[in-house]
Design a protein. Structure first.
Length: 150
């Protein structure tokens, strides 16, 4: 997925098992953020920064939607624990992470494995990607402010 591309019509299932479609966000800007795993330090900091800036993001016309490969139950616990006001897509089939090209080989202590690379896509009211904030640019503790400064 690149700047100028249209996002897929079906985005996936949220923490309640409901299908989320790009048409649900028609006429609104969207922060679509991909993160590696629920309840890890960086992912929690990022989600909480988006939570803390959620009302200001909405004032600027944005909705927020998180994506990781954990299941609905994991997402629901994460939402409940940190009082997240936005839905999380359970991309257990890796459909969205692959469509957005954020499922990549990673390395930890010399061990190689496949995982989600932290990336945020800003999408306009027509469902077109306008900006991609890559893993080297994202500051998890202040990601909400980072988006507002765009």
């Amino acid at each position: 997925m690149n700047v100028g591309d249209r996002i897929p019509a079906v985005l996936g299932r949220n923490e309640k098992g409901e299908t989320i479609k790009s048409a649900d966000y028609a006429g609104k800007k969207l922060v679509l953020y991909f993160y590696p795993k629920d309840n890890t330090s960086g992912c929690t900091a990022e989600a909480c920064s988006l939570r803390d800036n959620y009302s200001e993001l909405r004032k600027q016309g944005y909705e927020v939607l998180g994506v990781s490969i954990q299941n609905e139950a994991s997402h629901q616990k994460f939402i409940d624990k940190y009082e997240l006001p936005f839905p999380l897509i359970a991309d257990t089939e890796h459909t969205l992470v692959e469509a957005f090209d954020v499922w990549k080989e990673k390395s930890l202590y010399g061990r190689k494995y496949m995982g989600t690379v932290r990336t945020t896509f800003l999408i306009n009211e027509e469902g077109i990607v306008t900006k991609i904030i890559g893993p080297k640019e994202i500051k998890t503790k202040t990601h909400g402010e980072q988006i507002l400064a765009q």
